[in-house]
Design a protein around this ligand. Structure first.
Ligand code: SAM
Ligand code: SF4
Length: 407
């Protein structure tokens, strides 16, 4: 059941929210420039006043959410635990480029979150960052403000790949930023790599992986380049100026990543994510992938609380205007049906290394899963033990396997 623009949030189910951990996502929609491949909800703004106005609106968003959750007599979030909101177990600042805001601004926002919705003592607090937007001093400020984890968009170490992707950082800067973050005391440091960029050789990608591993990270995300039609890179490919990525090359690069990361002591825990140990995993993303509850703040942010999903207006000006008028900046909402919940559980659960209980599958999907085991796409031993777990070959074809399991 989908709601129209500006619809009030269905608050009744919120009473059961947060019982299994609760995530807060903050979307920072600013970048110094837009990378040619990226279609995320982000804007290039030079005006510091606009950033200040965003922070003011974000505060209003946080406070409105707190009132929504605690102010509904009997139906609000706090009603099952005597009126207080649940503890926040993870916070994730994503973008855009959160570190386009000064470290002091990010610290202020985190402080406000802690004041309104208490953070668990061992909460994981992550920010994404572009390597060229941090300094030893800003990293130290973030660390002392309570950030525990940082994730850098490294993408590649090859100069020609960084150039094709329109990245602003010089080769070597991402590894240096990782070192500075470790020096500043960050417990967990991650990098993102993109593979399969046209012109990237196997050697280029191996060198990127080796540099990332040597830098001291305990987590790595590797994404195959997705060509988004609406982007500059998409247009260049349509005009024939740049070749499209090749699926076979992307599969080879994935196998290379798995090999080098495993050799270095990392283990996959989601198809595109590897960690050195369980503590290094991104617990915020695990909340998404395991159907948990999170509240997203900022323009275009999505939320999922107790089977209700909603999403904010995308443009920062519309976001500010809604909050200035005292309204929730919500564009639409839906209450998930049993069918929606089933599809989502399969879609997300199959991509995890721990997999999905086979009991979740519907009868048609059980037959497909048996066939996928015979084809070497799902682990036979896990299947016998009642779980659906992708093999390495299955990970290469994860989307196709998932489609077969949602009849
Ligand atoms: C939205 S960005 C935010 C982080 C930060 N602004 C940055 O770029 O480093 C998160 C990650 O998404 C990945 N990404 C974005 N667009 C992509 C695309 N079209 N194909 C593959 N990966 C993409 C990049 O690896 C990027 O680091
Ligand atoms: S810096 Fe990150 S969020 Fe910004 S345009 Fe580039 S990939 Fe997208």
């Amino acid at each position: 059941m989908r709601g129209a623009q500006g619809s009030a949030l269905p608050t009744a189910p919120l009473a059961s929210a947060g019982t299994g951990g609760f995530g807060v996502y903050v979307h920072v929609p600013f970048c110094a420039s837009r990378c040619g491949y990226c279609d995320f909800n982000t804007y290039t703004v030079g005006d510091p006043d606009e950033r200040e106005a965003y922070v003011t609106a974000l505060y209003a968003d946080l406070e409105l959410a707190r009132r929504t959750l605690c102010g509904h007599g009997g139906g609000g979030w706090g009603s099952h635990r005597g009126g207080g909101p649940p503890q926040v177990t993870t916070v994730f600042f994503g973008g855009g480029t959160p570190t386009m805001l000064a470290a002091e601004d990010l610290a202020r926002i985190l402080e406000r979150i802690d004041a309104l919705w208490p953070l668990a003592g061992d909460a994981e607090v992550t920010t994404e960052a572009n390597p060229e937007t941090v300094t030893p001093a800003s990293l130290a400020a973030l660390r002392s403000a309570g950030f525990t984890r940082i994730s850098f968009g490294m993408q590649s170490t090859a100069p020609h790949v960084l150039a094709l992707l329109d990245r602003r950082h010089a080769p070597g800067r991402a590894e240096a930023a990782v070192g500075e973050a470790i020096e500043a005391g960050f417990e967990h440091v991650s990098v993102d790599l993109i593979y399969g960029t046209p012109g990237e050789s196997a050697g280029d990608f191996a060198a990127s992986l080796a540099a990332a591993l040597a830098s001291g990270i305990d987590h790595l995300s590797a994404y195959s380049l997705i060509v988004e039609e609406s982007t500059r890179l998409g247009a260049r490919m349509r005009r024939g100026e740049v070749p499209y990525p090749d699926d076979d090359v992307a599969a080879d690069r994935y196998l290379l990543a798995e090999q080098m990361l495993t050799d270095a002591g990392f283990q996959w825990y989601e198809v595109s994510n590897w960690a050195r140990d369980a503590g290094g995993r991104c617990h915020h993303n695990l909340t998404y992938w395991s159907g948990g509850d999170w509240w997203g703040f900022g323009p275009g942010a999505h939320s999922h609380v107790a089977g209700v999903r909603w999403w904010n207006v995308k443009h920062p000006a519309a976001y500010r205007a809604a909050l200035a008028a005292g309204a929730a900046p919500v564009e639409g909402s839906e209450v998930l049906t049993a069918d929606d919940r089933h599809i989502e559980a399969v879609l997300l659960g199959v991509r995890l290394a721990e997999g999905l209980p086979a009991s979740v599958l519907r009868p048609g999907a059980v037959r497909e899963a048996q066939a996928a085991v015979a084809e070497g796409l799902l682990e036979a031993a896990a299947w016998r033990a009642g779980r659906v777990v992708l093999t390495l070959r299955g990970r290469l074809l994860a989307d196709a396997v998932v489609r077969r399991l949602i009849p």
